[in-house]
Design a protein around this ligand. Structure first.
Ligand SMILES: [Zn+2]
Length: 128
């Protein structure tokens, strides 16, 4: 499987960090915890709107804000348990198509958080 994951661009990091203080710290803790799990690999981090669409991501996917990570390991349930035990405040979900663990730094995208999508990608998320 080719390694296709990308870092969030710096302009996105700055804006999202200002709007959601502490969120990137939780992802950093997630990466640290994942590095202690045998065989865990990062498979997706930041996606632009076009790539998010092509992989069937949610409309308001936190991957677009750089606030979600996908990880793979041979035992996904054990990896999810490992992360839930070690990183408070993130949402950890086991997904099957394709098999991975999705971790997002915000529990949900609130209406206020939707404003970040319009600010960052106005062509895809026109401001109302
Ligand atoms: Zn994901």
């Amino acid at each position: 499987m080719p390694n296709r994951w990308a870092y969030p661009p710096s302009n996105i990091l700055e804006k999202v960090n200002a709007a959601a203080p502490g969120a990137y710290q939780r992802l950093w803790e997630t990466l640290q915890a994942a590095s202690q799990f045998p065989g865990a690999e990062l498979t997706s981090w930041w996606r632009d709107p076009s790539r998010n669409r092509s992989v069937g991501g949610a409309l308001y996917s936190q991957h677009l804000l750089g606030l979600a990570l996908d990880l793979y390991a041979p035992n996904l349930e054990e990896l999810a348990h490992h992360l839930r035990q070690r990183v408070p405040g993130v949402r950890v979900q086991v997904e099957q198509k394709p098999p991975h663990v999705h971790v997002q730094a915000l529990p949900t995208i609130t209406p206020a958080a939707r404003g970040m999508f319009s600010a960052l990608f106005p062509a895809y998320y026109p401001p109302r």
